[in-house]
Design a protein around this ligand. Structure first.
Ligand code: NAP
Length: 279
């Protein structure tokens, strides 16, 4: 089984970003990362994103707000980041605390700065196949992994496990745009084994540690693991039992070191594109 390493895809995206930066005439785009509270997962993601932006030669500013910030105050702060002429793109770390309405945040963020595709305008663009918007970075990262590894999507049976607005749904639209025949699975899917087995490309985005074993994988399938979980020994793992599918799949992404690495590279690419659109 060939291991599809995120670092190699990320390095190729970095080259694209450098070319795009060259066309910006010396402007160094700036990302705002907006965090509420001190959730360890958010802090870890933030550190990784800052490192990646710096590695790509981009600027980043982190805004951390207390977990009990009032919704009204938070939306006012977000508005001022939206209006800051020095900021080209915004990433709001989610989920937000329950007292802050996700809908209000999605509607507040300026579509041109909405690098993770959460605003209604960008969602509509993804669903209508309009490439002028921003798709959620994780969903786009899956497509990048396939394309940068010269894995053809056109005409393929793609099975996606998960139907969230962050991964499953937008990814299904991106795959459709690439002319795949898409099946979306979820907790009510019957005979999940058989459906997954029929996929020439199988994407796992369920958030269930190692649930996809060899029984779900078709012969010579390409398996993309979006999941980020912790196993019963406290170790980071994906939705796929990587060891168990070795003799079945043709190719697969590891966790860590797979899609997650590519997601922040896509974020960087979106940032430079946003800066190019705005300046
Ligand atoms: P989510 O909102 O919890 O959605 C999970 C989806 O999977 C739901 O649609 C759910 O179905 C489905 N599902 C759960 N268990 C299932 C099962 N046993 N059989 C079939 N379907 C099942 O999660 P998410 O935000 O999409 O994230 C999914 C995973 O990706 C998580 O591990 C998350 O940490 C990871 N993630 C990674 C990145 C990255 O950069 N690599 C970014 C975002 C998320 P129902 O709709 O029926 O409940």
């Amino acid at each position: 089984m060939i291991v599809l390493k995120g670092a190699e895809v990320s390095a190729k995206i970095r080259e694209d970003v450098q070319k795009m930066l060259g066309e910006l005439g010396g402007i160094i785009p700036k990302l705002a990362i907006v965090r509420v509270g001190e959730n360890p997962d958010d802090l870890s993601y933030e550190r990784g994103a800052v490192k990646k932006m710096e590695n790509f030669g981009l600027r980043v500013q982190c805004y951390g707000f207390p977990a009990d910030i009032e919704e009204e105050t938070f939306l006012r702060e977000l508005k001022s980041i939206n209006e800051d002429g020095d900021i080209d793109g915004i990433l709001v770390l989610r989920p937000l605390p329950s007292h802050i309405s996700s809908k209000a945040v999605e509607e507040e963020i300026h579509p041109g700065k909405d690098l993770d595709g959460i605003s209604p305008v960008n969602i509509a663009k993804v669903f209508s196949g309009d490439e002028t918007g921003f798709a959620p970075c994780t969903a786009e990262a899956v497509v990048e992994v396939l394309k940068q590894n010269q894995i053809s999507i056109t005409g393929k049976r793609v099975v996606i496990v998960g139907r969230s607005m962050v991964v499953g749904k937008p990814l299904s639209m991106l795959m459709l745009k690439e002319n795949a025949t898409v099946t979306i699975c979820h907790t009510r899917t019957q005979d999940l084994f058989r459906t997954c087995k029929g996929g020439e490309i199988l994407v796992a985005a369920a958030g269930r540690a190692k649930m996809i074993n060899h029984e779900y994988v078709g012969e010579k399938a390409v398996v993309i693991d979006v999941g980020i979980n912790v196993d019963d020994r406290g170790k980071l793992c994906g939705d796929v039992d990587f060891e168990d599918i070795q003799d079945k799949a043709a190719m697969a992404t590891p966790v860590p070191g797979g899609v997650g690495t590519v997601t922040t590279a896509v974020l960087a690419k979106h940032l430079v594109r946003a800066a190019g659109m705005r300046r």
